[in-house]
Design a binder for this molecule. Structure first.
Ligand code: B12
Ligand code: SF4
Ligand code: SF4
Length: 373
């Protein structure tokens, strides 16, 4: 079923000159550096060369501050078919972009003409407090510092330079393109997918963001295909565990491991700009942007290690409460979120979220809702 013939006419065209310095953004959102000679990489097909190149690019990624990096073939894998099922069952909610370029999302070869391999990278955003517990603030951890898209992209460009030097071409993606990043990362061996649908790295837990680049170079796979039909195996910790299902304040996680985006609070607080249904306002509580609940309760995250460096600093929300955030005006919001991914939302949306969380905090503090000692 996955051996369908690659239809070259479906390879997305490039929209030119969008970001300068020889870089372009293709119409599906990958950033691409194009080799003007039009040649494709054909020379590194020997096992030794494949291995050496994979080693070199992974090494460069680690040197640049990524916490892990791994390669796999650019090809569809069985798990990707769940995307179609997910959309058919209405779990994509109002995320229209998830229904676009479905063919590309389910076949990474369509991202770049002649694509042979993918290099996936992981960067941890975990911070531990002095007691060794993850810092939990009023903004979800992945967004509480600098915008991870720019942090990762900048370094991926540097990794990609290595691919160009080896005579190849690449496209990079960080959340921006129709790529099933978790599934490909699992295939490359960066971790396993949990019931909460997140990729859990053996050392870093699920507190990571992902990115990668697809290239026409042949890179030796970092991990052998595992599981029935080469399907990346599920996280063993999920056997007999349903903590994320029970802890989710919105009932968004099904036991089979599919997350309903139309219920997830991350969707409502980040992606939904307009009015929200009453139940959403009553469900948001601790975090005004995103939600970390299904990661906080996950036993596979116990002992997760923070990443290297302070790439995500500064953290403008540290020590603040939703009540305090609800008092911010538009100017303060703009000043404090200058390099943060929270700039994806408008002040009005931030304020709506903060008011709902502040209400929840006040309700919790009011003597009527306090439990007797
Ligand atoms: C759309 C999207 C969302 C949506 C939908 C979430 C979702 N689970 O699909 C919303 C807005 C809700 C969201 C929220 C969050 N997101 Co998001 N999101 C994405 C995005 C753009 C696409 C994900 C996707 O392809 N979904 C489609 C589904 C079908 O794919 P899937 O989740 O891989 O599906 C697997 C399982 O759900 C399961 N499954 C799905 N359907 C079915 C059906 C059946 C019957 C069965 C058995 C299984 C099953 O099998 C699939 C294959 O393993 C990716 C970036 C990217 N391009 O990959 C980031 C990404 C997944 N998000 C990320 C993050 C950090 C988050 C949040 C933690 C942010 C936050 N703190 O608020 C939350 C976590 C919520 C959650 N538990 O998923 C990271 C995850 C890193 C990691 N460790 O895995 C990513 C990879 C971004 C990045 N570049 O780092 N996100
Ligand atoms: S909380 Fe339990 S079921 Fe959910 S992802 Fe973690 S280990 Fe799996
Ligand atoms: S991010 Fe929050 S709302 Fe979304 S699935 Fe996880 S616990 Fe549920």
């Amino acid at each position: 079923m996955y051996e369908r013939v690659l239809d070259r006419t479906r390879v997305p065209a490039f929209r030119r000159g969008s970001i300068g310095c020889g870089a372009e953004i293709c119409e599906v959102g990958c950033e691409v550096r194009v080799d003007r000679s039009g040649k494709t990489a054909e020379s590194n097909t020997g096992a030794g060369a494949r291995e050496e190149l994979a080693r070199l690019l992974r090494h460069r990624a680690l040197e640049l501050g990524f916490d892990d990096a791994a390669c796999c073939a650019a090809e569809p894998v069985p798990e990707m078919s769940r995307l179609a099922e997910w959309i058919r069952s209405g779990r994509s909610g109002a995320l229209a972009y998830m229904r676009d370029h479905l063919d590309v999302r389910m076949d990474p070869r369509l991202l770049l003409p002649g694509a042979r391999s993918v290099l996936m990278v992981a960067k941890s955003y975990l911070r531990l407090d002095p007691g060794g517990n993850p810092v939990a603030g009023p903004v979800s951890s992945h967004a509480s510092g600098r915008d991870y898209h720019s942090v990762l992209k900048k370094r991926l460009w540097e990794v990609g330079r290595g691919a160009i030097e080896a005579g190849g071409r690449f496209k990079l993606f960080v959340d921006s393109a129709p790529v099933m990043e978790k599934v490909i990362a699992a295939r490359a061996g960066l971790g396993r997918i949990g019931r909460n649908s997140l990729l859990v790295h053996p050392r870093l837990g699920s507190w990571i963001v992902l990115g990668g680049l697809v290239t026409d170079l042949e890179l030796e796979a970092s991990a052998p295909p595992v599981g029935e039909g080469g399907e990346p195996p599920r996280l063993p910790d999920c056997d007999g565990c349903r903590r994320c299902v029970d802890a989710c304040p919105a009932g968004a996680i099904a036991l089979d491991g599919a997350v309903d985006a139309g219920r997830c609070l991350s969707y409502w607080t980040i992606e939904c700009a307009g009015e929200w249904p009453e139940w959403v306002g009553c469900s948001v509580a601790e975090q005004v942007y995103g939600c970390d609940r299904c990661q906080q309760v996950c036993p596979a995250n116990r002992g997760a290690l923070p990443g290297r460096g302070d790439d995500f600093a500064p953290f403008p929300f540290d020590g603040l409460t939703p009540v305090e955030l609800a008092e911010w005006d538009a100017t303060r919001f703009r000043n404090r979120t200058r390099r943060s991914s929270m700039r994806r939302i408008r002040f009005e949306q931030f304020h709506r979220n903060a008011l709902a969380c502040a209400d929840a905090e006040r309700r919790l503090r009011s003597p009527a809702t306090k439990r007797p000692e």
